[in-house]
Design a protein around this ligand. Sequence first.
Ligand SMILES: *Cc1c(COP(=O)(O)O)cnc(C)c1O
Length: 336
Amino acid sequence: MIVDLRSDTVTKPTPGMMEAMTNAKVGDDVFGEDETINELEEKAARIFGMEAGIFCPSGTMTNQIAIKCFTQPMDELIADQTAHVYRYEGGGIAFNSGVSTRLLNGERGILSAEMIEPEINAENIHYPHTSLVVLENTVNRGGGSCYTLEQIKPIATLCKVKGLKLHLDGARIFNALIETGDKAADYGKYFDGISVCLSKGLGAPVGSVFLADKETIKYARRVRKVFGGGMRQAGFLAAAGIYALDHHVERLNIDHAHAQILASELAKCSWVASVLPVETNIIVFDTVKPATEVLQKLAGHGIKALSTAQNRIRFVLHLDIHPEQVEYVVKVLKAL
Ligand SMILES: *Cc1c(COP(=O)(O)O)cnc(C)c1O
């Protein structure tokens, strides 16, 4: 049996999703004529209480477009040191936007208004102008830790008072919503921009949406074109996104339950030093021996995972991991 726990990006479209894709009505989206993309953009914006949306090939592109929209060259943005926008987007903040990054040490990636406020630069020609705060929910490197909306509100208030924009890297926002019980529609009140990945836990093969007000999205269309992300008959992909929003949100609690089962099993293993608290679909644990050794053993049983540091391994649960596979992994962990 092969069990791929490397990432929630490894999922393949389900038969229902494939059918939705092949039946999609498409047109040239650079001309604004792909009705399925238009439908997806409107639907996603409505779900999050935002005015408008733009469909992009990747979450990296939605984040990079957001940063470009919300900053000017020579500005600075504030993010946690684990942030995807900083660590995993190839230096795009500096390259695409000419912006520097102030990194904070949050609690497993979770920031507070108290942490952010002293890091906002005063008006002084020596200092870069702080113009943007980026939050991630859930936090990938935090082991899927999540913000509640109550934690976000004071940050949003601070940003408003200080004249900063607030962007959400919501690659796994639905995992956070399922866990916290917060309403997606309330998010629009607190963020200037939101990125939502359709190709992570939601199981679409490609695509992310960037949500904001109409004026920002108008500018985002210009930026997307410059970044080379203007797609044509991509409604086939947008159809997968619509299907995912309709059918694959509620089921995320299954992934969370599976993560709990595996985490409690890992906690009992003598070769595991510690397991980070598990809140959603990601498990991060530290191993006694080097992670590469453990990964090799797991691979011998068909279990694929990634190491995120020398003695650290990450498991990610997703749509294509079924209960039988979870049972199998438990058996292997017990015997390892
Ligand atoms: C996966 C991910 C993204 C976007 O990644 P793409 O592979 O470019 O779609 C953005 N932020 C976080 C936290 C992610 O985990």
